[in-house]
Design a protein around this ligand. Structure first.
Ligand code: C2O
Ligand code: CU
Length: 490
């Protein structure tokens, strides 16, 4: 009890200095690392008579979260708790059935970002869950091991719902995959990074999320909902699953001593082999899995450092400390990192692949705002296509539901090795052009669209989103381009 009080007093004064001495958007590198990193609990499941793993997720308002020690942030939103959600973990081949109940005072949805599944199970803007209602999607997991995640996707309200706290991880294991550290919370550590603006009294104002060019860029970083965190590690190798669940902020993550670490997977699955780096860039919606090596007794800070050439991206990349890693005095030995990870080497675009072009402007794609009744693209099942994303303005990114893609090139150059694996979201700096080789799936449904959009949530909400359907090959010309009665959100 006494020790606890001391700790929170120390944290309180550190937080006080920070809040008083730091200007908005100016970054923060003066952390004291006082709070133990929160690890989201694993969601429990029950196996039904049909063999499906059943998970129950309830969207809850009215959370009380103590981000700044001693100061309670009222009315955060969470899934099965006051802020963020539990981590869902399942394996390739599992049939899963989700029971999603909405206890919020407003309509929401829950989208499985990075999951290959039928469009009606996707949780996009068409799968609205009214207050008090329950939605029960189910599907069989059939994709490589990955770090996916879930968050609301209500048309025009995604930024607010995510900012208030609705997001969680969905880990997919592949029993046939390589052996990587996988003891959750021990040597397999989730890092959900988000930036917030907290008022001096600890409250979470939401005003800025739908203002300005990029929406809100916060000056306080939370990792798994923890402010000023430290993590004790007890093994030589630790796998981190980094998710940028921020509304707009881009991070360049590495260690303060610039040590090398190995990226093992990107958004949508494993790399062919470990990619050594000393820094990785991650934009909203992206995930990067990496394995770092520690020596007994050391401490090292994980941080984010803006590009040396700040102007290059046209979006603020301030300097932040993220997490202090404290290695125990004795570390349990880890299996060596496998030399191959199961991902296939980058594929070249097949001759004759269809190319579609998407020009990104301020908040439109191909000069159009999102229209929930319009089908923008019709794609034959199983297609392998080139999608050319041409950013004509300031920084954006581009996410495609259901698919996995490879970055063929960005501004004509191949991507760095750590981004060469399967992905579902790509960052586009100011005026950048990316060519993606997109592998579409097989769930045909001419009347239920998937989304593609900018994952800077302010932009997505403003209409920087389009819809595609996957159809029987050969039927493309017969597919209606409007969704009859397709509910426009009020
Ligand atoms: Cu993470 Cu369409 O979303
Ligand atoms: Cu954008």
């Amino acid at each position: 009890m006494k020790r606890r009080n001391l700790l929170s007093l120390a944290a309180l004064s550190a937080a006080g200095t920070f809040l008083g001495g730091c200007s908005r958007g100016g970054g923060n590198t003066g952390l004291a690392f006082t709070n133990r990193l929160r690890i989201p609990p694993l969601a429990t499941s029950q196996t039904g008579a049909d063999g499906a793993k059943r998970f129950a997720l309830t969207l809850l308002p009215g959370g009380r979260s103590e981000f700044l020690p001693g100061r309670i942030t009222m009315n955060t939103w969470g899934i099965n708790g006051p802020y963020l959600g539990p981590t869902v973990r399942a394996a390739r081949g599992d049939k899963v059935r989700m029971t999603v109940t909405n206890r919020l005072p407003e309509t929401s949805t829950l989208h499985w970002h990075g999951m290959r599944l039928p469009a009606r199970m996707d949780g996009g803007p068409h799968q609205m869950i009214e207050p008090g209602a329950t939605w029960t999607p189910e599907w069989t997991i059939d994709q490589p091991a990955t770090t996916a995640w879930f968050h609301p996707h209500l048309h025009e309200r995604t930024a607010l719902h995510v900012y208030r706290g609705l997001a969680g991880l969905f880990l997919i294991d592949d029993p046939a995959g390589p052996r990587l550290p996988s003891r959750y919370g021990v040597d397999d550590i989730p890092l959900i990074v988000q930036d917030k603006n907290l008022d001096d009294d600890g409250s979470l104002p939401t005003g800025g999320v739908d203002e300005g060019t990029f929406g809100l860029l916060g000056n306080t970083i939370l990792v798994n909902g923890t402010y000023d965190p430290f993590l004790e590690v007890t093994t030589e190798l630790v796998r981190f699953r980094l998710l940028n669940a921020s509304n707009a902020r881009v991070y360049r993550v590495g260690f303060a001593d610039n040590r090398t670490f190995d990226v093992v997977a990107g958004d949508a699955g494993p790399l062919p082999g470990p990619a050594p780096v000393d820094r990785v860039k991650i934009s909203p919606g992206e995930r990067i899995e990496f394995v770092a090596r520690f020596t007994a007794g050391e401490t090292v800070v994980l941080n984010s450092r803006g590009e040396p050439e700040k102007a290059a991206n046209d979006i603020e990349e301030d300097d932040f400390d993220l997490l202090k890693v404290v290695a125990a005095g004795r570390l349990a030995p880890s299996d060596p990192l496998p030399a191959t990870l199961g991902g296939t080497a980058t594929v070249a675009a097949p001759a004759g692949a269809r190319t579609r072009r998407f020009a990104l402007s301020g908040s439109e794609i191909n000069d159009k705002d999102m229209d929930m009744t319009r089908i923008d693209e019709v794609v034959p099942a199983g297609a392998l296509e080139i999608w050319e994303i041409d950013n004509t303005t300031y920084a954006h990114n581009f996410h495609i539901h259901e698919v996995a893609f490879r970055i063929l090139d960005i501004n004509g150059a191949p991507p760095p090795a750590y981004q060469a694996g399967p992905k579902d979201t790509v960052f586009l700096a100011k005026k950048a052009k990316a060519r993606l080789l997109v592998q579409f799936g097989e769930f045909v449904d001419p009347a239920a669209p998937y989304m593609y959009h900018c994952h800077l949530l302010r932009h997505e909400d403003k209409g920087m989103m389009g819809q595609f359907v996957i159809v029987e090959p050969g039927s493309e010309d017969r597919i209606p381009r409007t969704i009859p009665g397709g509910h426009a959100h009020n």
